[in-house]
Design a protein around this ligand. Structure first.
Ligand SMILES: [Zn+2]
Length: 187
């Protein structure tokens, strides 16, 4: 399965940008996002994270460190890891449980790329992480699951192409089925 996932490890250096503050984490959830960036795949996202290009306004109750950071970015060819799964990211809900306890996975949607291949690779990576961390399928959630304090609407339409009218429905159920299919196929 890991061969299919084609995982590359390309960490943001510890102590810089999104990892300038190391906050330990024992992950209990996996949060699925999409980048809504139509001009970049996983490698360009990895570069942007390493350069500290993905900034976000730091404020009380909002972003805690001034940068965005998550654990994995997946595209049609590769999955890239940006930080250890034992550290909190900054991708979901500020100081909420989505950041405190979840592994963040971003799916690329670069124009012209094969989205189906990206989704299958994401489902495979998710299954492997569930197995490794003992995370149940019900704790694999869309970003939508985590309300963001102070935002309107609080629940983001993310990943938009796996939601129905901005909410988990038929498409999300289908994705859960793909994850479960790969999970069941693991030893
Ligand atoms: Zn998201």
């Amino acid at each position: 399965m890991m061969r299919k996932v084609n995982l590359k490890v390309d960490m943001v250096p510890k102590g810089t940008h999104g990892r300038k503050v190391v906050r330990p984490m024992n992950p209990r959830y996996i949060t699925i996002h999409s980048t809504q960036n139509y001009t970049a795949g996983a490698e360009r996202h990895a570069l942007a994270l390493k350069r500290g290009a993905l900034r976000s306004g730091k404020r009380p109750g909002g972003n805690r460190i001034g940068y965005l950071i998550w654990h994995f970015t997946v595209d049609e060819k590769v999955a890239i890891q940006h930080m250890p799964t034992s550290e909190q990211g900054e991708h979901a809900d500020f100081s909420g449980p989505g950041n405190l306890y979840s592994i963040g996975i971003e799916m690329c949607e670069e124009r012209g790329s094969n989205l189906r291949s990206t989704i299958e690779r994401t489902a495979q990576l998710t299954a492997v992480l569930m197995k490794k961390k003992g995370i149940p399928l019900k704790n694999v959630v869309p970003h939508y699951h985590w309300p963001r304090g102070g935002k309107t609407p609080p629940n983001k339409n993310c990943p938009h192409f796996l939601l129905d009218n901005g909410k988990p429905g038929r498409k999300w159920k289908w994705f859960q089925g793909r994850v479960n299919y790969y999970y069941q196929s693991l030893e």
